[in-house]
Design a protein around this ligand. Structure first.
Ligand code: PGA
Length: 262
């Protein structure tokens, strides 16, 4: 069994409503009751955090409550933004930072993502830093340079003690929501590069403990091959996380892959 417990996150993005989100949360918690060997989290839209939290709490579920984004300031005149304190107040335990859609649709830059990441980790929450190259960057052979820049700049001025609460998600942009997944070998290669970089930045122990998860069109039928790769410690799931059975299937696949690792 690997020292790194697999992690699977369900990023609901801007989907669900109060009724369908509640049904989904109940389906996920019930489906995972007998599943161990995996840390699971759901990331509902902000307005449904409290609703989902109540469902998780009522069922005594170990599924973590996640938020899809955050603003790095504690409070103040930042119209439309949601602070760390608000997320904590709503019971959020883990926050996505730098998701590809924040980078490429909303236009967030590495330096801004670094501020958010520092804020999340300094406030005692867990963070998932999302990195990954676009199709043009991959075609040009620049995928390792791009992900290394995103990791280095994202982690600027963040000490090793805070990296203990970090997960990195490698999500090639061309695989997100497209039905195309990286091959298990390409995913392993990217994850190994990221772990080697963390080794150079923070040392071997931190690099060995860091969970690096894969995201991009994960489905239960193809996930086992990716999760079984040495440096792949679970997944971040978009589309398939909107179906409780698929999400539970992915969690089971990650748990099984974790158990099979030396
Ligand atoms: P997808 O999304 O599974 O729908 O490709 C993954 C993600 O954006 O995290």
């Amino acid at each position: 069994m690997s020292d790194r417990k697999p992690f699977v996150g369900g990023n609901w993005k801007m989907n669900t409503n109060r009724t369908t989100g509640s049904d989904l949360a109940r389906g996920v918690t019930d489906g995972l009751i007998t599943v161990d060997g995996v840390d699971a989290a759901v990331f509902p839209p902000f307005p449904y955090l409290l609703t989902v939290r109540a469902i998780l709490r009522d069922r005594g579920s170990s599924v973590r409550l996640g938020a899809q984004d955050v603003y790095h300031q504690g409070e103040g005149a930042f119209t439309g933004e949601v602070s760390m304190n608000m997320l904590k107040d709503c019971g959020t335990q883990v926050v996505l930072v730098g998701h590809s859609e924040r980078r490429h649709v909303i236009g967030e830059k590495d330096e801004f993502i670094n501020k958010k990441l520092r804020g999340v980790l300094e406030n005692g929450l867990e963070a998932i830093l999302c990195v990954g190259e676009t199709l043009d960057e991959r075609t040009a052979g620049h995928q390792d340079i791009v992900t290394a820049r995103q990791v280095r700049t994202g982690l600027a001025d963040i000490p090793a003690s805070l990296v203990e609460r970090l997960i990195i998600a490698y999500e090639p942009v061309w695989a997100i929501g497209t039905g195309k997944t990286a091959t298990p070998e390409d995913a392993q290669d990217a994850h190994a590069q990221i772990r080697a970089l963390i080794n150079r930045m923070y040392g071997k122990d931190t690099a060995q403990r860091l969970r690096i998860i894969y995201g991009g069109s994960l489905k239960p039928d193809i996930a086992a091959d990716i999760f079984s790769q040495k440096d792949v410690d679970g997944g971040l799931v978009g589309g398939a996380s909107l179906n409780a059975a698929d999400f539970v299937g992915l969690c089971k696949a990650a748990a099984g892959a974790g158990r099979a690792k030396p």
